[in-house]
Write a new protein. Structure first.
Length: 152
């Protein structure tokens, strides 16, 4: 699947918001969109994520192999247990939300992590954020991984 235009990507992101709604809870979120909104994949009460990631396939017009990876290739960031996964560099809005995510998870659970995937969904690198690492150090290391992939 190859989406050519910014307009096509924007239409798919809006369709995802209409189908799933948004949330302010990272625990209930499935994906972080380029505009900083979190897609609601949670319970009715928003306590935690229950929908499988591949439900994102509903936004595409045709059947797609590995729809959650296809969605991340469009710029969405997958919110996973104690971390996030991305294929392309985050937008400014996403980075603001990811900083909130990192702080919340480090404070509540002692750690969080960010993972860079290649276009086939294979892990390129993972950086951990915990009480021993300053956020600036996390982003410096993470950005180095993005730069090595040619994404910065």
């Amino acid at each position: 699947m190859y989406i050519r235009s910014v307009k096509q990507k924007s239409i798919l992101m809006e369709k995802a918001k209409q189908l799933f709604g948004t949330t302010d809870s990272f625990r209930a979120a499935g994906f972080l969109l380029p505009d900083g909104e979190l897609l609601d994949f949670g319970t009715k009460d928003g306590d935690y994520r229950i929908k499988p990631y591949d439900e994102i396939a509903k936004i595409f017009d045709k059947k797609i192999e590995n729809p959650s990876l296809a969605f991340t290739k469009l710029g969405a960031i997958k919110i996973v247990d104690f971390g996030f996964e991305l294929v392309i560099a985050p937008t400014f809005e996403q980075k603001v939300r990811l900083n909130q995510f990192l702080a919340e998870y480090r404070d509540q659970y002692g750690q969080a992590h960010g993972t860079i995937l290649n276009g086939e969904g294979k892990r390129v690198c993972t950086e951990e954020y915990n009480s021993k690492i300053y956020r600036i150090e996390f982003w410096n290391r993470f950005n180095k991984g993005l730069d090595q992939r040619g994404l910065l």
